[in-house]
Design a protein. Structure first.
Length: 288
């Protein structure tokens, strides 16, 4: 533990590496979910509207996503709140590139009602001037895989159509214990739909029950962002759960130059320390 603490102190003393510097491939971003314990809605003291400034001042990160679970409950459906959040992001010199939304159920009985709910999220993302709306995909394994792909495509199409009309893109993140927890399945779905407003976002942790390595490789041709899940670290600052050099090499080898967003979910380190440890690891591996 002493070695880990020493490593983290060293990390905090380093200046942030900004995308665009010589030799870099991807941009390191931040997922709001990484800091969930800090927000007032979760018992902390950080106002959600101050998150963009906090991300910039604490980590030097300007590409951020937002998660409505960190918003006050009474504000989650208030357009004025999203307008103020956009204003705060602009003032902080940050860019909200993605809004996290919920799960699209491939087996939903009332697809029109489901589509209407996601249209609202797309409208909120448009207020934020975000490019992407992240969704999960509920795909129960009680139906055949081939039927699941057909039903998932049918459930997603009207949502993707609406997103396209607003100039946005729906991105699917894997979900454990579902067909959609398999990156190969999601790649097949994206290929089947062939929709300009439907793309993918690998999440290493969400594919843990399947194959995070092969799943990531399969998803990359259809991916516009990557969620870099992290938990615990060893004394050298490497993930104890994933082979990060292997994962990031597959992302770089795919020609990806977008945002790799930190999503820290560990317990040994606090939110700020965990984000900084993940940031240091991603920056170390951000080379061709």
């Amino acid at each position: 533990m002493k070695l880990i603490v020493s490593f983290l102190i060293a990390v905090m003393c380093l200046g942030s590496v900004h995308a665009g510097e010589k030799g870099e491939v991807y941009e390191v971003g931040l997922s709001m979910y990484s800091l969930r314990q800090l927000f007032e809605s979760r018992g902390g003291e950080l106002d959600a509207l101050d998150y963009p400034r906090f991300a910039k001042d604490t980590f030097g990160i300007t590409e951020i996503d937002v998660w409505n679970g960190g918003f006050p409950k009474e504000k989650r459906a208030d357009p004025a709140f999203y307008r103020e959040l956009k204003k705060r992001a602009d003032q902080a010199g940050t860019n909200i590139f993605l809004l996290m939304a919920g799960a699209v159920n491939s087996e939903a009985e009332d697809r029109k009602k489901q589509t209407a709910l996601f249209k609202k999220q797309i409208d909120f993302a448009a207020i934020l001037d975000a490019k992407f709306v992240r969704v999960f995909l509920d795909t129960p394994k009680t139906v055949k895989r081939s039927d699941s792909l057909k039903r998932a495509a049918a459930a997603l199409k009207p949502i993707a159509d609406y997103a396209q009309s607003k100039g946005l893109v729906i991105v699917i993140e894997p979900k454990p214990n579902q067909y959609s927890g398999d990156g190969v399945y999601l790649a097949a779905l994206a290929k089947r739909m062939d929709h300009r407003a439907l793309r993918l976002v690998p999440d290493f942790g969400k594919m843990k029950l399947d194959d995070p390595y092969g799943g990531t490789v399969a998803m990359m041709p259809y991916s516009v962002s990557v969620s870099a899940k992290s938990h615990e670290f060893d004394a050298n600052g490497m993930s104890r759960e994933f082979d990060y050099p292997r994962l990031m090499k597959s992302i770089v080898d795919a020609g990806f130059t977008g945002i790799v967003s930190i999503e820290y979910e560990g317990k040994e380190l606090g939110p700020v320390e965990g984000v900084k440890a993940t940031q240091s690891l991603l920056e170390k591996l951000n080379r061709k």
